[in-house]
Design a protein. Sequence first.
Length: 70
Amino acid sequence: MAQKSWSELSPSQQRTIIVVGAVEVVLTLAAWRDLASRPASGVRGPKAAWALATLVQPVGPVAYFALGRR
């Protein structure tokens, strides 16, 4: 499958990419902020591991909010 350049994408495809990217950034920042303000006793497992896991897009931040918090 050949890659398309940005200009070859339809406007709706471009909007979808922008929205999904923005959601990923917001979820990641929210997870980092929550992780930084939450005491270690409120996190399942090491905080450093969760900080790294949130970088795995798009499942990392979702996994932190679903599984990482007590």
